[in-house]
Design a protein around this ligand. Structure first.
Ligand code: AKG
Ligand code: FE2
Length: 354
């Protein structure tokens, strides 16, 4: 069993209502979804006019490694262009994602994610940590989605499955390429990161695909699409349709919008990368807002280490001035802790925070 499924089995989602509301029929924001007055949602002001946005890195640029290092240090996030993933596949994944979420609720629930499972249709996993519900729905895939796709479209699931499988294949290649550039930017060699190489065919990186849908919302200023969080992955590569909603938090600045660039991907430093580089690159705190007129979708590819591989700060990044900050953890151990402690999980494995 993969690390994510194993962790979800250990920590079933604990929430009364596991099925998202039928967004199409709600004309007024229900109190259950009104975030304005909650402590987790202190500001909703669309924001901060900063001239500086999340860096955009052209992967064909000879300076890409340096640009990526700077972006990871400053933002924990960047966008990439010239990445080689065919635009036809991007159009197809957007189309299939919209096709899925356009189904009536009574059909989508046929593929509902059960509380102890990580795949299928449902609420954001982090919903358990908030008293208000989010204005979004998701569909999670690990490998082939055929089991759930058959429930949704008994005779028309083939295109959906093919696109999802093909997309994961492409994204595995792209994510490993970006990961290679990140390691290079840290001065790490193949030897330093050999725990990620498949060993005797038995150790494979693991990845999860998360389709997110943010329906149009009757009162977006009081609603939350996806609450602030960091990703528990090593790296997340996200595709968003042409609708603004994603924001990243920057210390001393505030929430900064990550405006979509046609055909580009957003890359996030995840918590495991934060650990691996001993805090030099910080995992990006981000959230998604909603709007009144446009349906937004995003497709997040969460890439993590092979099962049972312990992630620890790279020895090359530790010296007298940079003492080791984090204990080694497997992805499952980290997810288990995150399922209980949420945004405290990273601090709880720090040597200097007890
Ligand atoms: O929809 C987005 O832009 C963000 C999605 C996200 O952060 C996630 O799925 O973890
Ligand atoms: Fe995220």
């Amino acid at each position: 069993m993969n690390s994510v499924s194993a962790s979800f089995k250990t920590n079933p989602i604990n929430i009364d209502q596991i099925i998202p509301v039928d967004f199409k029929t709600v004309l007024k924001l229900p109190d259950t979804h009104a975030w304005t007055s909650t402590a987790a949602f202190p500001d909703h002001s669309p924001l901060i006019s900063t001239h500086e946005g999340v860096p955009v890195v052209d992967l064909a640029n000879p300076e890409a490694v340096t640009l990526i290092r700077r972006a990871c240090e400053k933002w924990g996030m960047f966008q990439v262009t010239n990445h080689g993933v065919p635009s036809k596949l991007l159009n197809q994944i957007e189309l299939q994602t919209k096709r899925l979420f356009a189904l009536p609720t009574n059909q989508k629930v046929l593929a509902v994610r059960s509380p102890e499972d990580c795949v299928g249709y449902g609420l954001p996993r982090i919903s358990t940590f908030f008293s208000k519900l989010m204005w979004s729905e998701g569909f999670t895939i690990f490998g082939s989605p055929i089991h759930h796709a058959r429930q949704l479209w008994p005779n028309h699931h083939v295109d959906f499955c093919n696109v999802m499988v093909q997309y994961q294949k492409e994204l595995m290649g792209l994510t490993e390429r970006i990961l290679g550039l990140i390691f290079m930017s840290l001065g790490l060699t193949q030897e330093d990161v050999k725990c990620f190489q498949p060993k005797n065919g038995s150790k494979h990186p693991q990845a999860l695909l998360q389709l997110n849908s943010y329906p149009v919302c009757p009162d977006p200023t009081r609603a939350m699409g996806l609450a602030p969080h960091t990703d528990s992955s090593l790296l997340t590569v996200l595709y968003q349709n042409n609708i603004t909603g994603l924001q990243v938090f920057r210390e001393n600045v505030g929430w900064v919008p990550v405006h979509p660039i046609t055909g580009a991907f957003v890359v996030n430093v995840g918590d495991l990368m934060h650990i691996m580089c001993n805090g030099r690159f910080k995992s990006a705190l981000h959230r998604a807002l909603v709007n009144k007129t446009h349906h937004r979708v995003s497709i997040a590819y969460f890439y993590g280490p092979p099962k049972d591989v312990k992630i620890s700060p790279s020895l090359k990044l530790i010296d007298h001035d940079h003492p080791i900050l984090y204990r080694p953890v497997t992805w499952k151990e980290y997810l288990d802790s995150k399922a209980i402690h949420f945004n405290k999980a990273l601090d709880l494995i720090r040597y200097d925070v007890l």
